[in-house]
Design a protein around this ligand. Sequence first.
Ligand SMILES: Cc1cc2nc3c(=O)[nH]c(=O)nc-3n(C[C@H](O)[C@H](O)[C@H](O)COP(=O)(O)OP(=O)(O)OC[C@H]3O[C@@H](n4cnc5c(N)ncnc54)[C@H](O)[C@@H]3O)c2cc1C
Length: 411
Amino acid sequence: MTATAVLGLSEDELALQGRARAFARDIVAPRAAAIDHDGEYPWDIAKALAAHGFCGMTIPTALGGQGRSYLDAVLVIEEMAKCCTVTARIVVETNMGAISTVMAYGNDAQKKLAASLVLAGDKPAICITEPEAGSDALAMTTRADKRGESYVINGKKHWITGAGVSRLHLIFAKVFDERGHELGIGGFLAVRDETNGLRVTKREKTMGLRGMPEGEIIFEELTLPATMAVLPPSGLERGFAELMNAYNSQRVGAGTVAMGVAAGAIDHALNWAKTREQFGRPIGEFQGLQWMLADMQIGLNAARLMLYQAARSRGPDNSAFPDPMLSAQAKIFSSETAIRIVNDALQIFGARGYSRDLPLERMARDVRMFTIGGGTAQVLRTLVASKMLGWKLPQTRDGYASRISMRDAAE
Ligand SMILES: Cc1cc2nc3c(=O)[nH]c(=O)nc-3n(C[C@H](O)[C@H](O)[C@H](O)COP(=O)(O)OP(=O)(O)OC[C@H]3O[C@@H](n4cnc5c(N)ncnc54)[C@H](O)[C@@H]3O)c2cc1C
């Protein structure tokens, strides 16, 4: 049985993968180094992705998309990530994450709005993280106050991917009623327009992924019609967990970017191991490197299988998104394994691997992010352990103490 047959890809999936591979080779690869060097968002690539149908593939056909699966998106992301991480992230965010949330929970007007922007190549932004609320997202202080038929949003987010380039924003905020009572955390859709109270105030100077801006966004009296609140089944105030379910697709996407970078790095390392000679022989003849290459391939294969499994899965509580447990495991494993693989690939190149003339150092800088963004590897391990144990594992001192006292009372 061939490796492809074991992965169980259909004719249609293989054809899509082939189209993505050709696009990556012909259009993306020649631009990748310049995107990193210039640090500019690749508008040309976003436009080409949209023209070739790689943006909004997962949007239902009734809204102009192709109704494709998350596995389809994964296949495309992997091919893009082999040569350009920024391009791969555009494919993630136009097919998973915020767009998945809107397609699952949005009203008709929100779905139409989101579909029209994303199908034209807009990469939506998800605004959760704040300076004092990172892993502890529930500590966010951005607020949405109900005023008549509107919500007025005030607060600050940082490390928002696509800040300053994205038009569509999914903003998470604490919701307050007209009497000022806090109700819970809700999600709101907004379209960026510099006059409407959504201001990008800073761009981060990042280690890698330089063509994709990460920035700080300030909301000042951003006034949205109440119809722009995204309503999951549990309602605006209680539906945070449901909205966050959309992150399972984003996690699968992020893990796939890391895996694709690793696959690209292995291709480079293999070529070099066959052609570079020292001591009168190709360096691939040295067992030290052969075992490194073998370990790289084993890690890649395992990460790919976990990601495909997660992409094909459906969570127990919400059929629209991949399973949280499988998505978290796949992201942790893939991101950590990819960092090791790329590091080893760079090692196989010796001094040349350390040079900016080759893509290895760019890949090493880019791939480092994926154990951090979208839930750190530590926080995701807590999620996995929580599901294994069947316990809620609150991380605040108070929450932990109350869990212990509940357990003691039960015993
Ligand atoms: C490139 C990039 C893009 C991003 N894009 C977005 C985006 O588009 N939208 C968005 O909202 N956010 C985004 N983020 C933010 C990202 O989600 C956060 O960085 C992440 O959730 C961690 O928060 P923090 O950086 O504040 O770290 P902290 O929460 O301060 O964590 C610091 C360290 O402590 C560890 N830690 C924290 N709590 C625990 C715990 N309970 N148990 C064990 N270890 C713990 C963490 O794992 C980490 O190692 C992005 C980040 C990066 C780097």
